[in-house]
Ligand binder design. Structure first.
Ligand code: 3PG
Ligand code: MG
Length: 417
């Protein structure tokens, strides 16, 4: 059923409490926290501009990182308020707390068109517990609730679920923001009956992370192209050797079953036919988590199906790239989730980059191309092609759970039309 959206509401003069996902990557530079990627902020601007134009009094709440209920200064949203003001080209007030009398007074004093961002809602342990009292305190700030935080919609927290339920019970409208609406349209409706050929490209480290998505998409896809470390678990399932590649031996049975299902359904299920490999050499050093650090030496093409014992597969190889490009070129609908290799290291980025370019290319010829969030969006942005696809999700875990067909608590809490 279609969800109520901000477009359906009369927000003039009302206090609109809006959950956004401003969980943006940050880095400390010269003693200050600096935002590395503003995509998630940018994607909320259409909803914010609409609220401002319609004269709403907007109160934004968001989380940043995982402070575990403590007031961790490096996870303050203050720098986000500054960035948002710059991007909106108008003042954005920041309040260094999330609930309580002073927050309520500040919210009450907002004028039509004003925007206020509250401090990290996860500074309170009650947020992640979806605590009823905490939710009720948030609800005191709102006449209307809007959720534009698709990226956090898989969490049943106070700001994504609890507060909405309370407001609904009080008869207050709870609606989707424009970004939420777009996410649901592209990851949901567009993939309901995708134009064929429907090609799914899946990468990333683990079969266990993607198996539910694979099973669901096997019902609809014409072809599934596999990359990333999860390809090595599939290779094990086919009896090949994977050397020191990342793999999940305990998921080999699961991989076998997926391969059989694909065959039974006539879905083309492609695995890499060659790889970029390297030799991991212990440096004797430990990383921050106390794990040994390896140097990846002698990157090279491995054209055989088996990977040598001392080597690790880190990207799809050139023959695989050609094979995958060919399938992508013929697609009318594409869903891509997960990189083809360890793309953060330029020596192992060629496969992911080639896929990004092929997907951008086929978009130009009118195919619908949807990128499922997380690392694949990072990869497409790194290739400078972020605007060259039909839709790139702002959700990582959320987009995956949504593609699995699970009901997301943050979506469920929004009223139907
Ligand atoms: C994300 O970045 O995936 C979302 O903002 C959710 O964050 P979380 O995984 O810490 O709940
Ligand atoms: Mg996450």
């Amino acid at each position: 059923m279609a969800k109520l959206t901000v477009n359906d509401l009369d927000v003039r003069g009302k206090r609109v409490l809006m959950r956004v996902d401003y969980n943006v990557p940050m880095e400390e530079k010269e003693g200050r926290m600096v935002i590395n990627d503003t995509t998630r902020i940018k994607e909320t601007l259409p909803t914010l501009k609409l609220l401002i134009d319609k004269g709403a009094r907007t109160i934004l709440m968001a989380h940043l990182g995982r402070p575990d209920g403590k007031k961790e200064p490096s996870m303050s949203l203050r720098p986000v308020a500054e960035k948002l003001a710059e991007m909106l080209n108008r003042p954005v007030a920041f309040f260094p707390d999330t609930i309580g009398e002073n927050v309520e007074k500040t919210a009450e004093a907002l004028k039509a068109g004003d925007v206020l961002l509250l401090e990290n809602v996860r500074y309170y342990p009650e947020e992640e517990k979806n605590d009823a009292e905490f939710s009720a305190k948030l609800a005191r700030l709102a006449d209307i609730y809007v959720n534009d935080a698709f990226g956090a919609a898989h969490r049943a927290h106070a700001s994504t679920a609890g507060v909405a339920e309370i407001l609904k019970r009080k008869g207050a409208p709870t609606a989707a923001g424009l970004l939420m609406q777009r996410e649901l349209k592209f990851l949901g409706e567009e993939l309901e009956k995708p134009a064929s050929p429907f090609v799914v490209i899946l990468g990333g480290a683990k079969v266990s992370d993607k198996i539910l998505v694979i099973e669901r998409l096997l019902e609809k896809a014409d072809a599934i192209l596999i990359g990333g470390a999860m390809a090595y678990t599939f290779k094990l399932a086919l009896g090949y050797k994977v050397g020191k590649s990342l793999s999940e031996p305990d998921k080999v049975e699961t991989a076998k079953q997926a391969l059989e299902k694909a065959k039974a359904k006539g879905v083309k299920f492609l695995l890499p036919v060659d790889n970029i490999i390297a030799t991991p050499v212990a440096t004797g050093k430990l990383n921050k988590k106390g794990k040994p650090v390896f140097e990846l030496q002698n990157p090279r093409i491995n054209s055989a199906q088996d990977i040598p014992e001392d080597a690790e597969g880190l990207d799809i190889g050139p023959k695989t790239v050609e094979l995958y490009k060919e399938v992508i070129r013929g697609a009318k609908t594409i869903l891509w989730n997960g990189p083809m290799g360890m793309f953060e290291d330029s020596r192992f980025a060629a496969g992911t980059n080639a896929v990004a370019h092929a997907v951008a290319e086929v978009t130009k010829s009118g195919s619908v191309t949807i990128i499922g969030g997380g690392d694949s969006v990072k990869a497409i942005n790194m290739a400078g092609l972020g605007n060259s696809v039909t839709f790139a999700s702002t959700g990582g875990g959320a987009s995956l759970e949504f593609l699995e067909g699970r009901a997301l608590p943050g979506v469920a809490a929004i009223s139907d039309k």
